[in-house]
Ligand binder design. Structure first.
Ligand code: ADP
Ligand code: MG
Length: 226
């Protein structure tokens, strides 16, 4: 038990350092992006490398943002929110990208559910899950988002018809930096898991190779008043 505590303290310190470093990187990174964009304007006609540079800067930024969330202790500020509003917002942001990739997003949420939650963090969760679903379907297809009621909770599933996950690899999903993508960072599911746990929920992933993946999140519901 003593060793376990020491280990936990160590991990907490490493997490805080990662968050502090991530925070320090954000400002110089943002000026680097700004000046890169300015230079791109100047070099019109000879600007083939700028999109790559800007894309790479965005990637560093997304890693830094994920590390910030992962390194910090629970920062959720919770208020009652309607689940459907959160999902509607996220799908409206993603829909244009989905359409370009021949992906349809189907919503199946029949009743209102109220969650005591940090709205921005839950938006992040659904963005991460829908992005993974899209990236699993390079040829297009359908993503279904379903909500099913329980006595004091709701089960929300994000279901895709994509490449699926090999059974041997399922266990690796919680590991930091595990990615099968060229431009992935392997932090999305860790961030998702952390946010869901901080909302007293849990996450379950079922997958079949070449058939698709079903990620189901269970979250406690609250009385309507917000
Ligand atoms: P990233 O998306 O940056 O790779 P994630 O933590 O979001 O990082 O996901 C880790 C890995 O889990 C992915 O690289 C992919 O191999 C697998 N994965 C996650 N979601 C899905 C999905 N819906 N379908 C297939 N594979 C998935
Ligand atoms: Mg991802």
């Amino acid at each position: 038990i003593h060793n376990d505590l020491r280990q936990k303290e160590k991990l907490a310190v490493i997490g805080q350092m990662a968050a502090a470093v991530a925070h320090e990187i954000k400002n110089p990174l943002s000026s680097l992006k700004g000046f890169t964009q300015l230079q791109q304007e100047k070099d019109k006609g000879d600007d083939q490398y700028y999109p790559i540079m800007l894309n790479e800067i965005d990637r560093i930024n997304s890693i830094v943002n994920d590390l910030l969330i992962l390194g910090k202790p629970n920062t959720a500020v919770k208020t009652p929110k309607n689940l459907e509003n959160i999902i509607d917002y996220v799908t409206s942001v993603i829909d244009p990208h989905a359409q370009r990739k021949d992906i349809t997003i189907n919503l199946d949420i029949k009743e209102p559910y109220f969650l005591l939650c940090d709205e921005n963090q839950l938006k992040q969760v659904f963005i991460n899950l829908i992005k993974n679903a899209m990236e699993a379907m390079p040829q297009g297809g359908t993503i279904t988002i379903k909500a099913k009621p329980g006595s004091d909770h709701v089960k929300i599933s994000v279901i895709d018809e994509g490449c699926g996950i090999h059974p041997d690899k399922l266990a690796k999903l919680g590991e930091p930096f595990y990615t099968t993508k060229n431009n992935g960072n392997g932090l999305g599911l860790m961030v998702t898991k952390k946010i869901i746990e901080e909302h007293d929920g849990n996450i379950d992933i079922q997958s079949e190779l070449d058939k698709g993946t079903n990620v189901t999140i269970t979250l406690p519901t609250t009385q309507k008043n917000g």
